[in-house]
Design a binder for this molecule. Structure first.
Ligand code: SF4
Ligand code: SF4
Length: 153
């Protein structure tokens, strides 16, 4: 058995306390909920790593990073929210892919359902239906995220 010297233990503890994953704001300001998708997600991946159902995924495209929630896999245990360093209710606030259009309408999450070239998207309480070129009003990064999912399918 290896014995770690006390000084080494202290220095490891100090290092750990500076790890961003140990930091959590006491209270998340209300106005950052559902606002700018990327600014308020650090892409720390905690919500991906701690999900027992693999319902959150991490994606990278064109040097941009995204995290995406998969509605059909989530059991709403709340683990991802508990570990989010920014205090997000991750399974409710993260952009979500739905298996059916009915699932999208039964949820309050922002997200999308894809059938062929057509998307049904909820973004900030508005519903958009159409081909990508018709979806005026959807931010560029959300379109990019949707394309990222299409490419993986
Ligand atoms: S609430 Fe859903 S997404 Fe979050 S950890 Fe539980 S199963 Fe995973
Ligand atoms: S939602 Fe929270 S836990 Fe998930 S990647 Fe973003 S900051 Fe990290």
């Amino acid at each position: 058995m290896d014995i770690i010297p006390l000084d080494k233990m202290k220095s490891l503890a100090k290092e750990a306390s500076r790890d961003k994953n140990y930091f959590k704001p006491a209270e998340k300001p209300e106005n950052i909920r559902r606002e700018d998708y990327s600014t308020f997600c650090s892409k720390c991946r905690n919500c991906v790593d701690v999900c027992p159902s693999r319902a959150n995924v991490f994606l990278e495209r064109n040097n941009k990073k995204y995290t995406l929630h998969q509605d059909a896999l989530c059991n709403e245990c709340g683990n991802c929210s508990h570990f989010c360093i920014l205090g997000h209710i991750s399974y409710k606030e993260k952009f979500t892919v739905f298996r059916t259009e009915e699932d999208l309408f039964n949820s309050t999450n922002d997200g999308f359902y894809q059938e062929g070239d057509n998307s049904t998207i909820r973004w900030k309480n508005l519903i958009y239906i159409g081909r990508e070129e018709d979806l005026i009003g959807i931010p560029e990064e959300i379109r990019d995220l949707i394309n990222c999912v299409k490419i993986r399918r």
